[in-house]
Design a protein around this ligand. Structure first.
Ligand SMILES: Cc1cc2nc3c(=O)[nH]c(=O)nc-3n(C[C@H](O)[C@H](O)[C@H](O)COP(=O)(O)OP(=O)(O)OC[C@H]3O[C@@H](n4cnc5c(N)ncnc54)[C@H](O)[C@@H]3O)c2cc1C
Length: 297
């Protein structure tokens, strides 16, 4: 299909057959039929209308840090809301950012401004839009605790204002996960604090991540923690650290991370996830649920 019509109507750049592995932290994923990195908010209505009129499926994502895109890639449009759409501003104790703003960088911005509440996010390599959708969290903090409001546009083109009561926040889940909506901006409500202490907390969290997390490409924790305890604990106890499938390996450093050793395919990661689930179920009777989102057929 020729997409020249859309290319003429929008200012954001548009690429055909773009490998998704270039846009995910796991560095796997086949091509997207049409890839757009959003740079101008006013392009959104055009993109949405094009997708609707031509019945082209639309997949929205951010930094790709919680995604496993399959090797067959993405059919239709993959719309990236990340570094090209990432402005932020501070109004009193409210931090406002476009959906593509990098969460960890915002933690630094808040620290510099002497605002507390976002320290937990230092080192989380996602966007604020993705983090809101996932209710990302760490070190006892989570997006739900500091969420003020957000703006979005539905796939049918309606603008929406989202308040905490609309979100149904759960453990790494929100009600907007089930909806066809693009998060375009988010406001967080923070608290004035001692800039020195805030910076210290940020530094401590970053140091802890450096120490505990593997360096190889990953998508962070693969499985959600079951009610019985940390998923990594059961994976380690099942003796699965270091287990490999193709180019994917259960990290020796953190058992709930699967790393790409350099030439992994999405299929390798999926096979390893399945093996881990099976073994943990057989040994402990616990069914692990993926935290990462699997995309594609
Ligand atoms: C090394 C490492 C450490 C990590 N540590 C943590 C951690 O401590 N805590 C934690 O919670 N997570 C962690 N993660 C996972 C991940 O960084 C977070 O879930 C992050 O918030 C995802 O943001 P993203 O922009 O990468 O989203 P993506 O992975 O791009 O997308 C995730 C989901 O959100 C949707 N989405 C993304 N942006 C939008 C938008 N603007 N509008 C609508 N839908 C959107 C996508 O469709 C997808 O369903 C880690 C990942 C890595 C690689």
């Amino acid at each position: 299909m020729d997409h020249d019509g859309l290319a003429k109507r929008i200012r954001s750049s548009l690429l055909e057959k773009e490998p998704m592995r270039l846009h995910t932290t796991w560095k796997v994923g086949g091509p997207a039929d049409l890839f757009i990195s959003l740079a101008y908010g006013e392009d959104l209505p055009e993109i949405l209308e094009y997708s609707r009129q031509n019945r082209i499926p639309l997949f929205v994502f951010g930094a790709g840090s919680n995604l496993l895109v399959k090797d067959a890639g993405v059919r239709g449009i993959a719309l990236k809301i990340a570094s090209d759409f990432a402005e932020h501003s501070i109004h009193g104790n409210i931090l406002r950012a476009q959906g593509g703003a990098h969460l960890s960088r915002l933690a630094g911005v808040a620290a510099e401004a002497g605002l507390s509440g976002l320290e937990f996010a230092a080192g989380i390599p996602g966007t604020i839009g993705g983090a809101l959708l996932m209710n990302a969290g760490a070190y006892g903090g989570r997006m739900a605790d500091i969420f003020h409001r957000a703006g979005g546009i539905t796939f049918s083109g309606e603008e929406e204002l989202l308040h905490p009561g609309d979100m149904n926040f759960g453990y790494r889940s929100t009600s907007i996960m089930q909806r066809d909506i693009i998060i375009t901006w988010v406001e967080l409500v923070l608290e004035p604090g001692d800039p020195f202490l805030i910076r210290e907390a940020v530094r401590k969290n970053l140091d802890h991540r450096k120490e505990r997390h593997p360096r190889e490409p990953s998508a962070g924790s693969v499985f959600k923690n079951p009610p019985q305890g940390p998923a990594g604990h059961f994976i380690e106890k099942a003796g699965l650290k270091g287990l490999e499938a193709g180019g994917a390996r259960v990290s020796e450093k953190h058992a709930n991370f699967i790393v790409n050793t350099g030439h992994a395919k999405a299929g390798d990661i999926l096979a390893l996830m399945e093996r881990v689930r099976k073994e943990v179920y057989q040994k402990f009777g616990i069914t692990l649920q993926p935290e990462v989102r699997v995309i594609g057929q």
